[in-house]
Design a protein around this ligand. Structure first.
Ligand SMILES: *Cc1c(COP(=O)(O)O)cnc(C)c1O
Length: 425
């Protein structure tokens, strides 16, 4: 598939008059169309809810848009919970799927009335001690172990993953929770990441539905929902075929009828916790070429670096790059596109065929709307960028300002370090 940028060079030239590069740009139209499609894909299930994985893109403006489509929030930390509280979210709009969880985070999740998804059987006592009494609705995270394989060869290794309970533990956990007064139960599993295939959710669903039937039968615990979690992928590479969420919804529907409806459990709600699929394609990191360097390789230096987008440096992840205004030029130059960190892995692309790039060109780094900005950090004293929303009407709204040196120095205690730096102290 041809990957098209959702903004033109002209639009970017207008934006930079007010907001300098680098910045994240999000596409409201794309976010809305996709969210509506997700809702439609699971409309057959009356209890369906997508809990947006906040860690993917923790921006209240974007979460508020998703909420218009019925989305809740999947939180995994204190500040993510606080962000959702600030948006007025609470009760079963919040899923708390964390692991290695500090006490204070369970306390806030409980206070907000969110659904607590336990990563481990030992957390039953831990949560009970913190909350005094367990909520009436609880969820448990399942890890089947071994290797998870899909027909197209996608594999992941649940057996090596730190998450979730073994099958024996989840049966035991349900029995204990039931004894302690829990009335509604959920199960959750996340077995493969960034799956670009329509088969992942249906295959996972079948496994979880069969488990749900056995759990309910053998423990008497009422299974109210099955949470398919995240893992639905996006085509980072242009040659990949995008997932069809309507086909995925239908695939889950089919196994739902085969397994759950057939077992008399046709009232189970389906939950999802997609992050990447909800937001990934609808965000871009926009950066400017500021240097070119010709040594043993050809380098283009840009004004963003790995602190703005860590995925290439951390996982060797591919992010497609469009040189704005040069969409139709031949890709007859091979570049490493680098940031300025004192780290040789600070490269957004290695040996990438691109049109000839000149200083001042704007590079649109695709598919960074999820796990992009949010993975940012401050190495080399670099600062996080702004986040901008390209509205449906073409206007641009700043939804997070860029960090300033003052933000960076703000955590030094004892004296006004920033004032001293500026000769003010
Ligand atoms: C990260 C995460 C998600 C979202 O994953 P995506 O790959 O972005 O869909 C959902 N649930 C849990 C528990 C996670 O850790």
């Amino acid at each position: 598939m041809d990957k098209k940028a959702f903004a033109t060079k002209k639009q970017i030239q207008e934006i930079v008059e007010k907001y300098p590069t680098p910045f994240y740009l999000y596409d409201e139209k794309g976010i809305r169309e996709n969210a509506a499609k997700v809702k439609q894909a699971f409309a057959w299930n009356p209890g369906f809810r997508e809990y947006f994985a906040v860690k993917a893109t923790p921006n209240p403006f974007l979460i508020r848009i998703l909420r218009e489509y019925g989305c809740g929030a999947d939180c995994s930390s204190l500040t993510e919970l606080m962000l959702c509280r600030a948006l007025g979210m609470g009760g079963e709009e919040i899923m708390f799927s964390s692991n290695d969880t500090p006490a204070g985070e369970y306390a806030l999740a409980g206070q907000l009335g969110g659904i607590i998804n336990l990563d481990d059987i030992t957390h039953i006592d831990f949560v009970e001690n913190i909350l005094g009494k367990l909520p009436e609705t609880m969820s448990c995270r399942f890890n089947p172990g071994g290797v998870f394989t899909l027909s197209n060869g996608i594999m992941d290794n649940p057996g090596d993953a730190k998450y979730g309970m073994t099958e024996a533990q989840i049966f035991e956990a349900f029995r204990i929770l039931k004894k302690k007064g829990v009335k509604r139960f959920g199960i959750h599993a996340f077995l493969a990441s960034n799956t670009v295939t329509n088969d992942y959710y249906p295959q996972l669903a079948k496994q979880l539905f069969e488990l749900a039937v056995r759990l309910q039968k053998e423990t008497g615990a009422k299974v109210a929902f099955v949470n398919l979690s995240g893992g639905v992928g996006i085509p980072y590479r242009p040659e990949q075929e995008p997932n069809d969420i309507l086909a995925i919804g239908e695939g889950v529907h089919r196994v739902y009828d085969e397994v759950l409806t057939a077992a008399g459990m046709g009232d189970v709600a389906i939950y999802t916790e997609m992050g990447r699929f909800m937001m990934g394609p609808y965000g871009a990191l926009v950066t400017k070429a500021i240097h070119e360097k010709h040594t043993y390789k050809e380098y283009i230096g840009v004004d963003a670096c790995a602190v703005n987008l860590m995925r290439p440096a951390m996982y060797g992840a591919y992010h497609h790059i469009t040189v704005l205004g040069k969409e139709d030029r031949p890709c007859d130059h091979v570049y490493d596109v680098t940031g300025s960190l004192c780290e040789n892995n600070d490269k957004f692309a290695i040996d990438r065929a691109l049109p000839q790039i000149e200083k001042g060109d704007y590079l649109f780094i695709h598919d960074t709307g999820a796990h992009g900005y949010s993975m940012g950090y401050n190495y080399n004293g670099k600062l996080r960028s702004a986040e901008l929303l390209l509205r449906e009407d073409g206007s641009v709204q700043r939804i997070r300002r860029a960090e300033t040196p003052k933000d960076y120095f703000a955590t030094f205690d004892c004296f006004d370090f920033y004032g001293k730096l500026n000769g003010e102290g």
